[in-house]
Design a protein around this ligand. Structure first.
Ligand SMILES: *[C@@H]1O[C@H](CO)[C@@H](O)[C@H](O)[C@H]1NC(C)=O
Ligand SMILES: *[C@@H]1O[C@H](CO)[C@@H](O)[C@H](O)[C@H]1NC(C)=O
Ligand SMILES: *[C@@H]1O[C@H](CO)[C@@H](O)[C@H](O)[C@H]1NC(C)=O
Ligand SMILES: *[C@@H]1O[C@H](CO)[C@@H](O)[C@H](O)[C@H]1NC(C)=O
Ligand SMILES: *[C@@H]1O[C@H](CO)[C@@H](O)[C@H](O)[C@H]1NC(C)=O
Ligand SMILES: *[C@@H]1O[C@H](CO)[C@@H](O)[C@H](O)[C@H]1NC(C)=O
Ligand SMILES: [Ca+2]
Length: 530
């Protein structure tokens, strides 16, 4: 009993030293032979400074062009140092923020001095990776000659299209940003993703003693995983359940906005502005590639980081299903249940795990219909319908150039309401037209018909249905007759009661009169004795 417990404990230790979620699959032997088991997996953390592209702004902010002297805060009267961009030994280009220093040789990027005081000394450092990354430990920026008095760190999650503040740094948060100063340890689990202003890294404490400015990741993790991060399961559980937590640690770019250099005291000494500048010797960004728990490897290919996607996913972040594996909609892997998580693999229509609930990516829910003994997709999206969301809804037709799992597989019929019998169409998008209407959408009229909220047969035209007696045909809808004629084609003279129509009637005796006369004549003839 005890032995077993010790053995289990040992296993547990082994598992935690191996690290969690490191394997995407393993071969497991069962009664039916070896089969692959799949797990949620993620790449190991790495030092992302090796892969970052650095840009500094404004142009000309880097010192040394032209060469200039600078002093230090500790000894402002010893100004023997010089920055000269044309001399490799005296140059301080941006790449010295990310180099690997050898033999204890300190190398750093350095800006021009604050000669233009009181104009602010501003510099932006933009770091780009062209890849979604997730922080795994503290970001640490090492400043030589003092940490900035005011600085903002921004991040972007969409390759620099949009930015948001990540953390504010100032020696006086209230005065500078109108924010009350916070430390990460003031945060509770509910507000851990709050953007704070901290005074911890901006106060002057003597430049030699503290050089680092941090963005604290460890302390945030510790809120869930405990001070020594022993309970990572708890953190991973929160990552799944707490909205915005994973995104909080995700970025593609970072930007440092340096707004005011270290002063070495309370005031700026105007008679010695050569001691004010920024200098950064290192930027440490410990992070892992974000692969949505679908890859355990992230490789540098053609200069860009790229997840080596498993689970039949693809894309830079494994954010899509591979072609032919879209029987279900794509899902990120899940950390739960611990310790192996759920891979949420992409499946093809024919595979056994896909045939249960197979909706071509238009739904991820199925229900079992008892009396029919079938499994059917529910709430098919993208205007699809059917047991497998394989048909188009009424009023839609199949997009011939799209695959069944394409979001634009169904196109709206768009039948003209006036011209069509109903709003459905056939497989090539042709609507069923009312009499006289034509065209794929029934928004046209056949010859002999005119359009007026639908197609109507012509009343008059220039060929067969000519308006008579000088009438003119108005838009095939009616004859506009001269005053003395009426009738659909103006064929009838107008004869109002009490007016003298004799002239007209003597010329053209009305039919009724004629008929009456004939009748009378006939009657007269029969009555007359022979
Ligand atoms: C730094 O970036 C911010 C945000 O894009 C911009 O407003 C500011 O002008 C930039 N500063 C410098 C010195 O380029
Ligand atoms: C960013 O990465 C993607 C995919 O790896 C690549 O296609 C693209 O060219 C890269 N962009 C730049 C600017 O390197
Ligand atoms: C976070 O929440 C805690 C308690 O819920 C509160 O004391 C603290 O002030 C909050 N922090 C911020 C930055 O809002
Ligand atoms: C991905 O698809 C291939 C077939 O192309 C299959 O052999 C493999 O097992 C699938 N992987 C997973 C994780 O489903
Ligand atoms: C039909 O599908 C193709 C391929 O996905 C798409 O490019 C096109 O926009 C779709 N047509 C319509 C009308 O939605
Ligand atoms: C749809 O109707 C049009 C016009 O009547 C016809 O040409 C076409 O072949 C029909 N398409 C299908 C799939 O029935
Ligand atoms: Ca360096």
């Amino acid at each position: 009993m005890l032995l077993q417990a010790v053995f289990l404990l040992l296993l547990h230790c082994l598992a935690s030293t191996l690290g969690q979620y490191e394997l995407c699959k393993s071969l497991v032997s069962t009664d039916e032979g070896s089969v692959w088991e799949h797990y949620a997996c993620q790449p190991k953390p790495a030092s992302m400074k090796d892969h970052m592209r650095i840009k500094v702004d404004p142009p000309g902010i880097t010192c040394g062009n032209p060469p200039e002297r600078f002093c230090t805060l500790e000894n402002p009267y010893l100004c023997s140092d010089e920055c000269d961009a044309s001399n490799p030994d005296l140059a301080h280009p941006p790449q010295l923020m990310q180099d690997r220093e050898r033999n204890g040789l300190l190398t750093y990027w350095q800006t021009v001095t604050w000669r233009r005081h009181p104009e602010p000394l501003l510099a932006n450092i933009t770091m780009s990776w062209n890849k979604s990354l997730e922080l795994t430990d503290d970001i640490q920026i090492t400043f030589e000659y003092g940490r900035p008095t005011i600085m903002i760190m921004d991040k972007s999650m969409d390759h620099g299209r949009s930015w948001q503040p990540y953390q504010y740094y100032a020696d006086d948060c209230m005065e500078t940003f109108n924010m009350s100063p916070k430390r990460v340890r003031d945060l509770s689990p509910a507000n851990i993703t709050r953007v704070i202003c901290t005074e911890q890294y901006s106060r002057w404490v003597g430049s030699k003693s503290e050089k680092n400015v941090k963005f604290e990741v460890r302390a945030r993790f510790a809120v869930f995983a405990g001070p020594r991060l022993l309970n990572m399961d708890s953190l991973y559980t929160r990552m799944e359940s707490m909205k915005g937590l994973r995104d909080f640690f995700t970025f593609t770019n970072l930007r440092l906005r340096l707004l005011k250099p270290a002063l070495g005291g309370t005031y700026v000494q105007r008679d010695n502005l050569l001691k004010y500048f920024y200098a950064i010797s290192n930027v440490e960004v410990p992070a892992r590639c974000k692969c949505n728990l679908h890859a355990s490897q992230c490789l540098l290919l053609d200069g860009n980081l790229q997840c080596q996607c498993e689970h039949n996913t693809t894309g830079q972040d494994c954010q899509r299903c591979r072609k032919g594996f879209k029987a279900k909609s794509w899902k990120a892997g899940s950390y739960l249940p611990t310790p192996n998580g759920t891979p949420n693999t992409c499946t093809n229509a024919g595979s056994p795990s896909g045939s249960n609930c197979e909706c071509y990516g238009h739904s991820n829910r199925c229900s079992y219909i008892d009396y029919l003994n079938i499994v059917t997709c529910v709430s098919c999206k993208h205007n699809t319908r059917g047991q497998n969301c394989q048909h188009c809804r009424l009023g839609y037709f199949r997009n011939a150039s799209a695959e069944l799992d394409d979001e634009s597989v169904c196109i709206e019929c768009n039948c003209n309401q006036m011209g069509s019998v109903h709003d459905r169409c056939n497989g090539t998008g042709f609507c069923q037209c009312k009499d006289g209407a034509t065209g794929a959408k029934c928004d046209d009229c056949l010859p002999g018909y005119y359009w007026k909220q639908g197609c109507y047969a012509n009343v008059c035209d220039e060929e067969m249905l000519l308006c008579q007696n000088g009438g003119t045909c108005y838009q095939n809808q009616k004859c506009i007759c001269p005053p003395e004629f009426k009738g659909v084609l103006c064929q009838q003279p107008r004869c109002e009661a009490g007016k003298d129509c004799n002239a007209a009637s003597s010329l053209h005796p009305p039919t009724a009169t004629l008929l009456l006369c004939t009748l009378l004549a006939h009657l007269l003839a029969t009555l007359t004795p022979h």
